[in-house]
Design a protein around this ligand. Structure first.
Ligand code: NAD
Ligand code: UGA
Length: 464
Protein backbone atom coordinates (compact mmCIF):
# COMPACT_ATOMS: atom_id res chain seq x y z
CA UNK A 1 0.00 0.00 0.00
CA UNK A 2 1.32 3.44 -0.92
CA UNK A 3 0.75 6.22 1.58
CA UNK A 4 -0.55 9.39 -0.10
CA UNK A 5 -2.04 11.34 2.75
CA UNK A 6 -0.73 11.62 6.30
CA UNK A 7 -2.43 13.28 9.25
CA UNK A 8 -0.42 14.03 12.37
CA UNK A 9 -2.35 14.83 15.54
CA UNK A 10 -0.22 17.13 17.71
CA UNK A 11 1.84 20.03 16.34
CA UNK A 12 4.40 20.11 19.14
CA UNK A 13 8.14 19.54 19.45
CA UNK A 14 7.76 16.10 17.85
CA UNK A 15 4.82 16.45 15.47
CA UNK A 16 6.04 19.74 13.94
CA UNK A 17 9.64 18.80 13.07
CA UNK A 18 8.99 15.13 12.16
CA UNK A 19 6.17 15.97 9.77
CA UNK A 20 8.18 18.80 8.23
CA UNK A 21 10.95 16.29 7.47
CA UNK A 22 8.51 13.74 5.99
CA UNK A 23 6.98 16.48 3.82
CA UNK A 24 10.42 17.63 2.71
CA UNK A 25 11.60 14.14 1.80
CA UNK A 26 8.33 12.82 0.36
CA UNK A 27 6.93 15.53 -1.93
CA UNK A 28 4.23 13.20 -3.24
CA UNK A 29 2.68 12.75 0.21
CA UNK A 30 0.33 15.41 1.55
CA UNK A 31 0.97 15.98 5.25
CA UNK A 32 -1.65 17.67 7.44
CA UNK A 33 -0.50 18.53 10.97
CA UNK A 34 -3.45 19.22 13.25
CA UNK A 35 -3.75 20.53 16.78
CA UNK A 36 -6.51 21.76 19.08
CA UNK A 37 -4.25 24.61 20.19
CA UNK A 38 -5.31 27.38 17.80
CA UNK A 39 -2.51 29.74 18.81
CA UNK A 40 0.09 27.07 18.08
CA UNK A 41 -1.34 26.35 14.63
CA UNK A 42 -1.53 30.09 13.90
CA UNK A 43 2.15 30.39 14.83
CA UNK A 44 3.07 27.48 12.51
CA UNK A 45 1.22 29.36 9.76
CA UNK A 46 2.83 32.73 10.50
CA UNK A 47 3.90 34.26 7.17
CA UNK A 48 7.29 34.99 8.75
CA UNK A 49 8.81 31.52 9.24
CA UNK A 50 11.05 32.88 12.01
CA UNK A 51 7.90 33.06 14.16
CA UNK A 52 7.06 29.34 14.10
CA UNK A 53 6.44 28.18 17.68
CA UNK A 54 9.48 25.93 18.00
CA UNK A 55 13.05 27.06 17.74
CA UNK A 56 15.29 24.40 16.15
CA UNK A 57 18.33 25.16 14.04
CA UNK A 58 17.41 24.62 10.35
CA UNK A 59 13.70 24.08 10.97
CA UNK A 60 12.32 27.39 9.72
CA UNK A 61 14.15 26.92 6.40
CA UNK A 62 12.54 23.48 5.93
CA UNK A 63 9.11 24.85 6.84
CA UNK A 64 9.57 27.63 4.29
CA UNK A 65 10.31 25.01 1.62
CA UNK A 66 7.37 22.71 2.35
CA UNK A 67 4.56 24.73 3.91
CA UNK A 68 1.71 25.23 1.44
CA UNK A 69 3.33 22.73 -0.96
CA UNK A 70 2.60 19.42 0.73
CA UNK A 71 2.75 20.45 4.39
CA UNK A 72 -0.26 22.04 6.04
CA UNK A 73 -0.97 23.11 9.62
CA UNK A 74 -4.63 23.24 10.55
CA UNK A 75 -7.15 22.97 13.38
CA UNK A 76 -9.57 21.00 11.18
CA UNK A 77 -8.87 17.71 12.91
CA UNK A 78 -11.86 15.72 11.61
CA UNK A 79 -11.26 16.67 7.99
CA UNK A 80 -7.59 15.68 8.19
CA UNK A 81 -8.48 12.35 9.84
CA UNK A 82 -11.07 11.59 7.16
CA UNK A 83 -8.65 12.27 4.31
CA UNK A 84 -5.66 10.38 5.74
CA UNK A 85 -4.54 6.83 5.07
CA UNK A 86 -1.96 7.04 7.85
CA UNK A 87 -2.46 8.91 11.15
CA UNK A 88 0.42 9.71 13.50
CA UNK A 89 -0.50 10.38 17.12
CA UNK A 90 2.07 12.86 18.48
CA UNK A 91 0.20 14.32 21.41
CA UNK A 92 1.69 14.93 24.84
CA UNK A 93 1.86 12.13 27.42
CA UNK A 94 2.80 13.99 30.62
CA UNK A 95 3.14 12.51 34.09
CA UNK A 96 -0.28 12.10 35.73
CA UNK A 97 -1.09 14.83 38.25
CA UNK A 98 -4.16 13.14 39.76
CA UNK A 99 -5.66 9.81 40.74
CA UNK A 100 -4.01 6.40 40.56
CA UNK A 101 -0.37 6.66 39.51
CA UNK A 102 -0.25 10.40 40.33
CA UNK A 103 3.30 11.72 39.94
CA UNK A 104 4.52 8.60 38.13
CA UNK A 105 2.31 7.07 35.45
CA UNK A 106 1.94 8.63 32.01
CA UNK A 107 -1.34 10.46 31.56
CA UNK A 108 -2.93 8.83 28.53
CA UNK A 109 -6.05 11.00 28.38
CA UNK A 110 -4.88 12.87 25.26
CA UNK A 111 -4.05 9.59 23.52
CA UNK A 112 -7.44 8.15 24.37
CA UNK A 113 -9.23 11.27 23.12
CA UNK A 114 -7.39 10.95 19.81
CA UNK A 115 -8.36 7.29 19.51
CA UNK A 116 -12.01 8.07 20.21
CA UNK A 117 -12.02 10.91 17.72
CA UNK A 118 -10.40 8.76 15.01
CA UNK A 119 -12.85 5.94 15.73
CA UNK A 120 -15.86 8.21 15.44
CA UNK A 121 -14.71 10.05 12.31
CA UNK A 122 -12.96 7.41 10.16
CA UNK A 123 -14.94 6.09 7.21
CA UNK A 124 -12.11 4.16 5.57
CA UNK A 125 -9.25 1.89 6.71
CA UNK A 126 -6.40 3.69 8.49
CA UNK A 127 -2.93 2.91 9.71
CA UNK A 128 -2.54 4.41 13.18
CA UNK A 129 1.02 5.22 14.22
CA UNK A 130 1.98 5.73 17.85
CA UNK A 131 4.59 8.49 17.63
CA UNK A 132 4.17 9.69 21.23
CA UNK A 133 6.20 7.88 23.91
CA UNK A 134 3.85 5.39 25.54
CA UNK A 135 3.86 2.72 28.25
CA UNK A 136 4.44 -0.77 26.95
CA UNK A 137 1.15 -2.39 25.82
CA UNK A 138 -0.66 0.90 25.11
CA UNK A 139 -1.42 -0.36 21.61
CA UNK A 140 -3.69 -2.95 23.22
CA UNK A 141 -5.82 -0.21 24.78
CA UNK A 142 -5.80 1.75 21.53
CA UNK A 143 -6.98 -1.31 19.63
CA UNK A 144 -9.87 -1.91 21.95
CA UNK A 145 -11.06 1.73 21.71
CA UNK A 146 -10.71 1.80 17.93
CA UNK A 147 -12.39 -1.56 17.36
CA UNK A 148 -15.25 -1.09 19.79
CA UNK A 149 -16.38 2.40 18.91
CA UNK A 150 -15.49 2.53 15.23
CA UNK A 151 -17.56 2.41 12.08
CA UNK A 152 -16.49 -1.09 11.11
CA UNK A 153 -13.35 0.09 9.31
CA UNK A 154 -9.98 -1.63 9.79
CA UNK A 155 -7.29 -0.04 11.90
CA UNK A 156 -3.69 -1.26 11.88
CA UNK A 157 -1.61 -0.03 14.78
CA UNK A 158 2.11 0.61 14.53
CA UNK A 159 4.56 1.88 17.11
CA UNK A 160 7.10 4.32 15.68
CA UNK A 161 8.67 6.16 18.61
CA UNK A 162 10.70 9.28 18.00
CA UNK A 163 14.35 9.53 19.10
CA UNK A 164 15.14 13.11 18.08
CA UNK A 165 16.74 15.37 20.68
CA UNK A 166 15.74 19.01 20.92
CA UNK A 167 18.25 21.49 19.60
CA UNK A 168 19.40 18.94 17.01
CA UNK A 169 15.96 17.82 15.77
CA UNK A 170 16.57 18.57 12.11
CA UNK A 171 19.90 16.76 11.86
CA UNK A 172 18.60 13.87 14.00
CA UNK A 173 15.63 13.48 11.66
CA UNK A 174 17.80 13.78 8.59
CA UNK A 175 20.36 11.20 9.76
CA UNK A 176 18.70 9.08 12.43
CA UNK A 177 20.78 6.36 14.14
CA UNK A 178 17.74 4.18 13.54
CA UNK A 179 14.05 4.35 12.81
CA UNK A 180 12.05 1.87 14.85
CA UNK A 181 8.75 0.46 13.60
CA UNK A 182 6.82 -2.06 15.67
CA UNK A 183 3.92 -3.88 14.08
CA UNK A 184 1.65 -6.88 14.48
CA UNK A 185 2.83 -10.17 13.04
CA UNK A 186 -0.18 -10.68 10.77
CA UNK A 187 -0.56 -10.17 7.05
CA UNK A 188 -2.26 -6.80 7.58
CA UNK A 189 0.27 -5.84 10.28
CA UNK A 190 3.23 -6.61 8.03
CA UNK A 191 1.68 -4.64 5.15
CA UNK A 192 1.14 -1.64 7.41
CA UNK A 193 4.69 -1.88 8.70
CA UNK A 194 5.97 -2.00 5.11
CA UNK A 195 3.93 1.08 4.18
CA UNK A 196 5.72 3.07 6.89
CA UNK A 197 9.10 1.55 6.01
CA UNK A 198 8.50 2.84 2.47
CA UNK A 199 7.86 6.38 3.73
CA UNK A 200 11.16 6.49 5.67
CA UNK A 201 13.04 4.74 2.86
CA UNK A 202 12.78 7.98 0.91
CA UNK A 203 15.80 9.18 2.87
CA UNK A 204 16.81 6.69 5.59
CA UNK A 205 19.05 3.74 4.56
CA UNK A 206 17.11 0.47 4.78
CA UNK A 207 19.47 -1.17 7.27
CA UNK A 208 18.76 1.64 9.72
CA UNK A 209 15.03 0.95 9.70
CA UNK A 210 14.41 -1.64 12.40
CA UNK A 211 11.18 -3.59 12.50
CA UNK A 212 10.05 -5.34 15.69
CA UNK A 213 6.88 -6.36 17.42
CA UNK A 214 4.77 -3.54 18.90
CA UNK A 215 5.64 -4.26 22.54
CA UNK A 216 9.40 -4.27 21.93
CA UNK A 217 9.10 -0.99 20.10
CA UNK A 218 7.06 0.69 22.85
CA UNK A 219 9.43 -0.55 25.57
CA UNK A 220 12.60 0.32 23.61
CA UNK A 221 11.66 4.00 23.54
CA UNK A 222 11.12 4.28 27.30
CA UNK A 223 14.28 2.35 28.05
CA UNK A 224 16.47 4.22 25.54
CA UNK A 225 15.64 7.42 27.43
CA UNK A 226 16.23 5.67 30.76
CA UNK A 227 19.70 4.53 29.62
CA UNK A 228 20.63 8.02 28.44
CA UNK A 229 19.44 9.65 31.65
CA UNK A 230 21.20 6.97 33.68
CA UNK A 231 24.52 7.98 32.12
CA UNK A 232 23.95 11.61 33.08
CA UNK A 233 23.06 10.65 36.65
CA UNK A 234 26.07 8.34 36.82
CA UNK A 235 28.49 11.06 35.75
CA UNK A 236 26.75 13.61 37.99
CA UNK A 237 27.09 11.24 40.95
CA UNK A 238 30.81 11.02 40.24
CA UNK A 239 31.06 14.81 39.91
CA UNK A 240 30.23 15.13 43.59
CA UNK A 241 32.91 12.60 44.46
CA UNK A 242 35.39 14.54 42.30
CA UNK A 243 34.69 17.71 44.25
CA UNK A 244 35.86 16.13 47.50
CA UNK A 245 38.83 14.21 46.10
CA UNK A 246 40.50 16.72 43.73
CA UNK A 247 39.76 14.46 40.79
CA UNK A 248 38.38 16.34 37.78
CA UNK A 249 35.14 15.03 36.28
CA UNK A 250 36.14 16.21 32.78
CA UNK A 251 39.27 14.10 32.92
CA UNK A 252 37.45 11.14 34.45
CA UNK A 253 34.73 11.30 31.76
CA UNK A 254 37.37 11.40 29.03
CA UNK A 255 39.14 8.39 30.48
CA UNK A 256 35.94 6.40 30.96
CA UNK A 257 34.54 7.37 27.56
CA UNK A 258 37.68 6.33 25.69
CA UNK A 259 36.73 2.73 26.35
CA UNK A 260 34.91 1.84 23.14
CA UNK A 261 32.54 -0.38 25.10
CA UNK A 262 31.41 2.65 27.10
CA UNK A 263 31.64 5.42 24.48
CA UNK A 264 32.22 9.12 24.95
CA UNK A 265 28.72 10.55 24.47
CA UNK A 266 26.40 11.58 27.28
CA UNK A 267 29.14 11.83 29.88
CA UNK A 268 29.00 15.58 30.47
CA UNK A 269 28.45 16.41 34.09
CA UNK A 270 25.83 19.09 34.49
CA UNK A 271 23.57 20.82 36.91
CA UNK A 272 21.07 18.00 36.22
CA UNK A 273 19.21 16.80 33.17
CA UNK A 274 16.04 18.61 32.19
CA UNK A 275 13.62 18.36 29.30
CA UNK A 276 10.10 17.07 28.99
CA UNK A 277 10.94 13.40 28.69
CA UNK A 278 13.76 11.91 30.77
CA UNK A 279 12.07 12.37 34.12
CA UNK A 280 8.58 11.58 32.85
CA UNK A 281 9.70 8.45 31.01
CA UNK A 282 11.74 7.05 33.90
CA UNK A 283 8.92 7.72 36.36
CA UNK A 284 6.68 5.86 33.95
CA UNK A 285 9.15 2.97 33.73
CA UNK A 286 9.32 2.80 37.52
CA UNK A 287 5.53 2.78 37.68
CA UNK A 288 5.25 0.01 35.10
CA UNK A 289 7.82 -2.12 36.97
CA UNK A 290 5.94 -1.53 40.23
CA UNK A 291 2.65 -2.49 38.57
CA UNK A 292 4.17 -5.85 37.62
CA UNK A 293 5.48 -6.26 41.20
CA UNK A 294 9.11 -5.85 40.13
CA UNK A 295 10.30 -3.88 43.16
CA UNK A 296 14.06 -4.19 42.56
CA UNK A 297 13.68 -3.11 38.94
CA UNK A 298 11.59 -0.10 40.00
CA UNK A 299 13.99 0.91 42.78
CA UNK A 300 16.98 0.59 40.46
CA UNK A 301 15.62 3.09 37.91
CA UNK A 302 14.21 5.43 40.52
CA UNK A 303 17.75 6.19 41.68
CA UNK A 304 18.37 7.98 38.38
CA UNK A 305 15.74 10.56 39.32
CA UNK A 306 16.82 10.76 42.96
CA UNK A 307 20.37 11.54 41.83
CA UNK A 308 19.16 14.18 39.39
CA UNK A 309 17.09 15.99 42.01
CA UNK A 310 20.06 15.88 44.34
CA UNK A 311 22.34 17.42 41.70
CA UNK A 312 20.02 20.37 41.05
CA UNK A 313 19.65 21.05 44.78
CA UNK A 314 23.35 20.58 45.40
CA UNK A 315 24.23 23.25 42.83
CA UNK A 316 21.78 25.77 44.28
CA UNK A 317 23.07 25.07 47.79
CA UNK A 318 26.63 25.55 46.60
CA UNK A 319 25.79 29.05 45.38
CA UNK A 320 24.35 29.98 48.76
CA UNK A 321 27.23 28.41 50.68
CA UNK A 322 29.85 30.17 48.57
CA UNK A 323 28.14 33.52 49.13
CA UNK A 324 28.79 33.21 52.89
CA UNK A 325 25.60 31.23 53.56
CA UNK A 326 23.25 34.06 52.75
CA UNK A 327 21.91 35.38 49.48
CA UNK A 328 19.09 37.44 50.95
CA UNK A 329 18.94 40.73 49.02
CA UNK A 330 21.92 39.74 46.86
CA UNK A 331 21.66 40.00 43.11
CA UNK A 332 22.33 36.71 41.32
CA UNK A 333 22.44 36.62 37.53
CA UNK A 334 21.38 33.44 35.75
CA UNK A 335 22.50 33.03 32.17
CA UNK A 336 20.39 30.42 30.37
CA UNK A 337 16.90 29.18 31.20
CA UNK A 338 16.24 26.59 28.45
CA UNK A 339 16.93 22.97 29.48
CA UNK A 340 19.80 22.78 26.96
CA UNK A 341 21.22 24.97 24.22
CA UNK A 342 19.60 25.58 20.84
CA UNK A 343 16.03 25.17 22.03
CA UNK A 344 13.39 27.49 23.47
CA UNK A 345 11.95 24.58 25.47
CA UNK A 346 12.13 25.04 29.24
CA UNK A 347 10.22 21.99 30.45
CA UNK A 348 11.87 20.55 33.58
CA UNK A 349 14.88 22.83 33.06
CA UNK A 350 17.29 22.69 36.00
CA UNK A 351 17.32 26.51 35.92
CA UNK A 352 13.73 26.58 37.19
CA UNK A 353 14.65 24.63 40.32
CA UNK A 354 17.87 26.52 40.97
CA UNK A 355 16.05 29.86 40.65
CA UNK A 356 13.26 28.63 42.91
CA UNK A 357 15.78 27.64 45.58
CA UNK A 358 17.50 31.02 45.39
CA UNK A 359 14.19 32.89 45.52
CA UNK A 360 13.26 30.95 48.65
CA UNK A 361 16.46 32.35 50.13
CA UNK A 362 15.21 35.83 49.11
CA UNK A 363 17.87 36.42 46.49
CA UNK A 364 17.24 39.01 43.80
CA UNK A 365 17.42 36.82 40.69
CA UNK A 366 17.92 38.23 37.19
CA UNK A 367 17.57 35.98 34.15
CA UNK A 368 18.88 36.24 30.63
CA UNK A 369 18.25 33.58 27.96
CA UNK A 370 18.77 34.09 24.21
CA UNK A 371 15.56 32.30 23.12
CA UNK A 372 13.15 31.93 26.02
CA UNK A 373 10.40 34.54 26.42
CA UNK A 374 9.69 36.52 29.61
CA UNK A 375 6.19 35.07 29.82
CA UNK A 376 7.55 31.52 29.65
CA UNK A 377 10.01 32.15 32.49
CA UNK A 378 7.32 33.54 34.80
CA UNK A 379 4.89 30.81 33.85
CA UNK A 380 7.52 28.13 34.68
CA UNK A 381 7.95 29.63 38.14
CA UNK A 382 4.24 30.20 38.72
CA UNK A 383 3.59 26.55 37.79
CA UNK A 384 5.75 25.39 40.72
CA UNK A 385 3.32 27.16 43.04
CA UNK A 386 5.99 28.02 45.61
CA UNK A 387 5.10 31.72 45.58
CA UNK A 388 2.30 33.90 44.26
CA UNK A 389 2.83 35.11 40.72
CA UNK A 390 3.12 38.66 42.08
CA UNK A 391 5.93 37.61 44.42
CA UNK A 392 7.72 35.91 41.52
CA UNK A 393 7.53 39.14 39.53
CA UNK A 394 8.74 41.23 42.47
CA UNK A 395 11.73 39.01 43.22
CA UNK A 396 12.81 37.84 39.77
CA UNK A 397 13.56 40.01 36.74
CA UNK A 398 14.07 38.95 33.13
CA UNK A 399 16.31 41.08 30.91
CA UNK A 400 17.15 41.12 27.20
CA UNK A 401 20.74 42.15 27.71
CA UNK A 402 23.22 39.84 29.45
CA UNK A 403 25.29 42.85 30.52
CA UNK A 404 22.29 44.21 32.39
CA UNK A 405 21.90 40.84 34.09
CA UNK A 406 25.45 40.73 35.44
CA UNK A 407 25.71 44.42 36.35
CA UNK A 408 26.35 44.67 40.11
CA UNK A 409 25.65 40.96 40.56
CA UNK A 410 27.19 39.16 43.54
CA UNK A 411 27.29 35.99 41.48
CA UNK A 412 26.60 34.80 37.93
CA UNK A 413 25.44 31.24 37.28
CA UNK A 414 25.56 29.74 33.80
CA UNK A 415 22.85 27.12 33.64
CA UNK A 416 22.46 26.48 29.89
CA UNK A 417 25.42 25.87 27.61
CA UNK A 418 24.50 28.46 24.94
CA UNK A 419 27.52 29.00 22.65
CA UNK A 420 27.17 32.78 22.84
CA UNK A 421 28.15 32.73 26.53
CA UNK A 422 31.57 31.36 25.60
CA UNK A 423 32.24 34.37 23.38
CA UNK A 424 31.25 37.02 25.92
CA UNK A 425 33.77 39.61 27.01
CA UNK A 426 34.33 38.12 30.46
CA UNK A 427 36.84 40.77 31.44
CA UNK A 428 34.15 43.43 31.13
CA UNK A 429 31.69 41.19 32.96
CA UNK A 430 34.19 40.82 35.79
CA UNK A 431 34.48 44.61 35.98
CA UNK A 432 30.71 44.99 36.11
CA UNK A 433 30.12 42.47 38.88
CA UNK A 434 30.53 43.15 42.57
CA UNK A 435 33.82 42.01 44.08
CA UNK A 436 34.65 39.25 44.67
CA UNK A 437 32.96 38.12 41.45
CA UNK A 438 31.60 34.58 41.84
CA UNK A 439 31.03 32.60 38.68
CA UNK A 440 29.15 29.29 38.69
CA UNK A 441 29.33 27.32 35.47
CA UNK A 442 26.83 24.46 35.81
CA UNK A 443 27.94 22.72 32.63
CA UNK A 444 31.59 23.82 32.60
CA UNK A 445 31.50 25.43 29.17
CA UNK A 446 33.99 28.19 29.99
CA UNK A 447 37.76 28.05 30.28
CA UNK A 448 38.25 27.84 34.01
CA UNK A 449 41.90 28.88 34.06
CA UNK A 450 41.30 31.93 31.89
CA UNK A 451 38.47 33.06 34.11
CA UNK A 452 40.45 32.51 37.29
CA UNK A 453 43.21 34.66 35.78
CA UNK A 454 40.65 37.40 35.25
CA UNK A 455 39.96 37.28 38.99
CA UNK A 456 36.74 35.29 39.12
CA UNK A 457 36.11 33.06 42.06
CA UNK A 458 35.15 30.15 39.81
CA UNK A 459 32.98 27.15 40.59
CA UNK A 460 32.29 24.44 38.02
CA UNK A 461 30.58 21.10 38.56
CA UNK A 462 32.95 18.22 39.29
CA UNK A 463 36.16 19.88 40.39
CA UNK A 464 37.21 20.59 43.93
P1 NAD B 1 4.00 18.97 22.93
O1 NAD B 1 3.27 19.26 24.18
O2 NAD B 1 5.01 19.93 22.41
O3 NAD B 1 2.94 18.75 21.73
C1 NAD B 1 1.79 17.99 21.85
C2 NAD B 1 0.66 18.70 21.11
O4 NAD B 1 -0.48 17.84 21.05
C3 NAD B 1 0.18 19.98 21.79
O5 NAD B 1 0.34 21.08 20.91
C4 NAD B 1 -1.30 19.71 22.10
O6 NAD B 1 -2.13 20.85 21.95
C5 NAD B 1 -1.64 18.66 21.08
N1 NAD B 1 -2.81 17.85 21.43
C6 NAD B 1 -3.09 17.22 22.60
N2 NAD B 1 -4.25 16.56 22.51
C7 NAD B 1 -4.74 16.77 21.26
C8 NAD B 1 -5.88 16.33 20.56
N3 NAD B 1 -6.80 15.53 21.15
N4 NAD B 1 -6.07 16.74 19.29
C9 NAD B 1 -5.16 17.54 18.69
N5 NAD B 1 -4.03 17.98 19.30
C10 NAD B 1 -3.83 17.59 20.56
O7 NAD B 1 4.66 17.54 23.13
P2 NAD B 1 5.96 16.95 22.40
O8 NAD B 1 7.18 17.44 23.08
O9 NAD B 1 5.81 17.14 20.93
O10 NAD B 1 5.83 15.41 22.77
C11 NAD B 1 4.83 14.60 22.17
C12 NAD B 1 5.14 13.15 22.48
O11 NAD B 1 6.40 12.80 21.86
C13 NAD B 1 5.30 12.82 23.96
O12 NAD B 1 4.80 11.51 24.18
C14 NAD B 1 6.81 12.82 24.17
O13 NAD B 1 7.19 11.96 25.21
C15 NAD B 1 7.31 12.27 22.86
N6 NAD B 1 8.68 12.70 22.48
C16 NAD B 1 9.07 13.99 22.65
C17 NAD B 1 10.34 14.40 22.23
C18 NAD B 1 10.80 15.82 22.39
O14 NAD B 1 11.95 16.09 22.07
N7 NAD B 1 9.98 16.74 22.85
C19 NAD B 1 11.19 13.47 21.62
C20 NAD B 1 10.75 12.16 21.45
C21 NAD B 1 9.49 11.79 21.88
C1 UGA C 1 16.22 13.13 24.84
C2 UGA C 1 16.89 12.00 24.04
O1 UGA C 1 18.26 12.36 23.82
C3 UGA C 1 16.20 11.78 22.71
O2 UGA C 1 16.77 10.68 22.04
C4 UGA C 1 14.71 11.52 22.97
O3 UGA C 1 14.03 11.37 21.75
C5 UGA C 1 14.12 12.68 23.74
O4 UGA C 1 14.84 12.83 24.99
C6 UGA C 1 12.70 12.46 24.13
O5 UGA C 1 12.22 11.35 24.16
O6 UGA C 1 12.11 13.51 24.44
P1 UGA C 1 16.29 15.79 24.79
O7 UGA C 1 15.64 15.67 26.12
O8 UGA C 1 15.66 16.67 23.78
O9 UGA C 1 16.39 14.34 24.09
O10 UGA C 1 17.81 16.28 24.94
P2 UGA C 1 19.14 15.54 25.44
O11 UGA C 1 20.23 15.95 24.55
O12 UGA C 1 18.95 14.09 25.64
O13 UGA C 1 19.40 16.22 26.85
C7 UGA C 1 18.56 15.97 27.96
C8 UGA C 1 19.14 16.63 29.20
O14 UGA C 1 20.33 15.94 29.60
C9 UGA C 1 19.56 18.09 28.96
O15 UGA C 1 19.24 18.84 30.10
C10 UGA C 1 21.06 17.99 28.80
O16 UGA C 1 21.74 19.15 29.14
C11 UGA C 1 21.37 16.86 29.77
N1 UGA C 1 22.66 16.20 29.46
C12 UGA C 1 22.83 15.53 28.29
C13 UGA C 1 23.69 16.26 30.38
O17 UGA C 1 23.54 16.86 31.45
N2 UGA C 1 24.87 15.66 30.09
C14 UGA C 1 25.07 14.98 28.92
O18 UGA C 1 26.18 14.44 28.72
C15 UGA C 1 24.02 14.92 28.00
Amino acid sequence: MEVKNICCIGAGYVGGPTMTMIAAKCPSIRVNVVDINEARIAAWNDPNVDNIPIYEPGLSELVAETRGRNLFFTTEVNKAITEADMIFISVNTPTKTYGVGKGMAADLKYIELCARQIASVAKSDKIIVEKSTLPVRTAEALRSILDNTGNGVNFDILSNPEFLAEGTAVSDLLNPDRVLIGGEDTERGRAAQQALVDVYSNWVPKDQILTTNVWSSELSKLTANAFLAQRVSSINALSELCEVTEADIGEVARAIGSDSRIGSKFLKASVGFGGSCFQKDILNLVYIAQSYGLKEVADYWEQVIIMNDHQKRRFAKKIVKTLFNTVSGKKIAILGWAFKKDTNDTRESAAIYVADYLLNEQAEVVIYDPKVTVDQIYSDLDYLGTRSSQENRNLLKVVNDPMEAVNNAHATAILTEWDEFIDYDWETINDKMLKPAFLFDGRRILDENKLKDLGFDFYGIGKG
